[in-house]
Design a protein. Structure first.
Length: 161
């Protein structure tokens, strides 16, 4: 798996020893250091997503684009990875553009949600998410969280029709 994380560093021709050290730090960050020598097929879907996140961070980008990274996962794994992604974000402070069709996922992870229309895509609204961090699964049961989700659902209903 460490070779998987090292892929972008090889493409960018980064110094191998420093890249390997960085990859090990990232595996620690995503909670997979014990699985460094496992093959991707030996990991769960959630673990594979965390490897992908480590790979994305390997060359220390300033900005991350995540296009529905949890879409293929079951609800419980999605929730666990949202908590994990938030923890990683709190540690790295990278700017993230997170694209999702899940309203609760958007509210949980975001400081700002941009609601887009269907084709042609245009911005319908920008909603600030002022929920305190760190957010936990209990945050999703709170009244403020529910109100934000409901507000966004109304936006989608109005744009549909």
């Amino acid at each position: 798996m460490i070779e998987n994380v090292l892929l972008p560093t090889k493409a960018l021709k980064l110094e191998p020893a420093m890249a390997r050290e960085r990859a090990q730090e990232l595996l620690q960050l995503v909670g997979l250091s014990k699985f460094e020598h496992n093959y991707p097929g030996e990991l769960s879907g959630g673990m594979q997503q965390r490897v992908g996140l480590a790979r994305m961070l390997a060359h220390d980008p300033t900005f991350l684009l995540m296009d529905e990274p949890f879409a293929a996962l079951d609800a419980m794994t999605r929730e666990a990875l949202a908590v994990e992604l938030q923890r990683i974000w709190l540690n790295t402070k990278k700017s993230v553009l997170f694209i999702t069709h899940s309203i609760p996922e958007a509210v949980f992870l975001s400081d700002r949600v941009v609601v887009m229309s269907a084709r042609p895509g245009r911005v319908l609204e920008q909603v600030s998410i002022a929920l305190p961090r760190p957010r936990t699964p209990d945050t999703m049961a709170g009244e403020a969280f529910g109100k934000l989700c409901l507000h966004l659902r109304h936006d989608f209903a109005e744009s549909a029709g």
